[in-house]
Design a protein around this ligand. Structure first.
Ligand SMILES: NC(=O)c1ccc[n+]([C@@H]2O[C@H](COP(=O)([O-])OP(=O)(O)OC[C@H]3O[C@@H](n4cnc5c(N)ncnc54)[C@H](OP(=O)(O)O)[C@@H]3O)[C@@H](O)[C@H]2O)c1
Length: 251
C-alpha cells in the first residue's frame, strides 16, 4: 500500500493548528510540498517553520483571499494536487429554530460556501488540466446526526457531505472528492466540550475509550490522498472511536 505523496502539492485551509496542522505535517512527512493557510499570518508562519511547509494567510470566506492563496500555491509550489477544506467556524450554540440570520450566514459562508469556492479555484486553475488530484472535506459526525445545541453547525457539515458526493460525481475521473467526519477531537475548537473533565465522560461512552487526537484524522487524510485511496471517491469516512454506533448524538 503506497502512503507516499512524493511529487504532490497540497493546500490545507485552517492549517495553523489542530486537525489542519496535523494533516499538513503528515503530508510533509509523506513527501508532499505543502502550503497552509489561516487568518493569522503569525500563527501560520510559526507552524510552517515547525513542520517545514509554506504558508499564505487568508480568510477562507473571502473570495479575494481564496484566489490570492491558491495563486500563491501555484506560483511557489507549482500546483495544487490536493486540497483539504478544513477551516470551519461555529459562532452559534442553541436551538436552530432560534438562530439569527447573520450567524446562520456566517456559518454557511465559512463551512460550506468556502469549500465550494476553494474547490472551484483549484479545479479551474490546476486540477482540471492535471488529473490525479484529490479534495478532502473535513465534515463532522454532527453532519450525520442531530444535536440540541449544534444544529446550525451540523446543517453545514451535512451539506458538506452532500457537496462531497456531488463534486465527486462531477469531477471524476480527474479528481477524487471525499470527506472525513471526526467525533470529538482534542483541539482548541472543541475545547469547551472536553475541558474540565467533560472529555472523560465522552471518552467513557466511546467504544474505543478515548477522544480523538488530530493525528487520528491526519493519518486517514494521508491514506485518502495517497495512492492507497485511488479507488475511493464520494465517500465520508467516520473517525470517532465508535461514538456514532454507541449512542445517538442527540442524547
Ligand atoms: N475538534 C473537533 O472535535 C472536531 C470534530 C469534528 C469536526 N471538526 C472539524 O475539523 C476541522 C478543524 O477543526 P479543529 O478542531 O482542528 O479547529 P482549530 O484547532 O480551532 O483550528 C481551526 C483552524 O482554522 C483556522 N480558521 C478558522 N476560521 C478561519 C477562517 N475564517 N479562515 C481561515 N482560517 C480559519 C484557524 O486559524 P486562524 O484562527 O488563524 O484563522 C485554525 O488554523 C473543522 O472543519 C471542524 O469543523 C472538528
Amino acid at each position: 500500500m503506497d502512503l507516499r505523496l512524493d511529487g504532490k502539492t497540497a493546500l490545507v485551509t485552517g492549517g495553523s493548528r489542530g486537525i489542519g496542522k496535523a494533516i499538513a505535517k503528515s503530508f510533509v512527512d509523506s513527501g508532499a510540498r505543502v502550503m497552509i493557510t489561516s487568518r493569522k499570518a503569525e500563527s501560520c508562519e510559526a507552524t510552517a517553520n515547525e513542520i517545514g511547509c509554506d504558508y499564505e494567510a487568508g480568510h477562507v470566506g473571502k473570495p479575494e483571499d481564496a484566489e490570492r492563496v491558491v495563486d500563491a500555491c501555484l506560483e511557489r509550489l507549482g500546483g495544487v494536487d490536493i486540497l483539504v477544506n478544513n477551516a470551519a467556524t461555529n459562532p452559534y450554540a442553541g436551538p436552530t429554530i432560534d438562530v439569527d440570520v447573520p450567524r446562520w450566514n456566517k456559518t454557511l459562508e465559512v463551512n460550506l460556501t468556502a469549500p465550494l469556492m476553494w474547490s472551484q479555484l483549484t479545479w479551474n486553475k490546476w486540477q482540471k488540466q492535471n488529473p490525479g488530484g484529490s479534495i478532502i472535506n473535513i465534515s463532522s459526525v454532527g453532519g450525520l446526526s442531530t444535536n440540541p445545541a449544534l444544529g446550525v453547525y451540523d446543517v453545514t457539515k451535512a451539506a458538506l457531505i452532500h457537496l462531497t458526493k456531488q463534486l465527486a460525481a462531477e469531477l471524476a475521473p480527474n479528481v477524487r472528492v471525499n470527506a472525513l467526519a471526526p467525533g470529538l477531537v482534542k483541539t482548541d475548537f472543541a475545547k469547551y466540550l472536553w475541558e474540565d473533565g467533560k472529555g472523560d465522560e465522552v471518552a467513557e461512552i466511546y467504544p474505543l475509550k478515548r477522544l480523538g487526537e488530530p493525528e487520528d484524522i491526519a493519518s486517514a487524510a494521508t491514506w485518502l490522498a495517497a495512492d492507497s485511496g485511488r479507488w475511493i471517491t464520494g465517500q465520508t469516512i467516520v473517525l470517532d472511536g465508535g461514538g456514532l454506533i454507541a449512542f445517538p448524538r442527540g442524547q
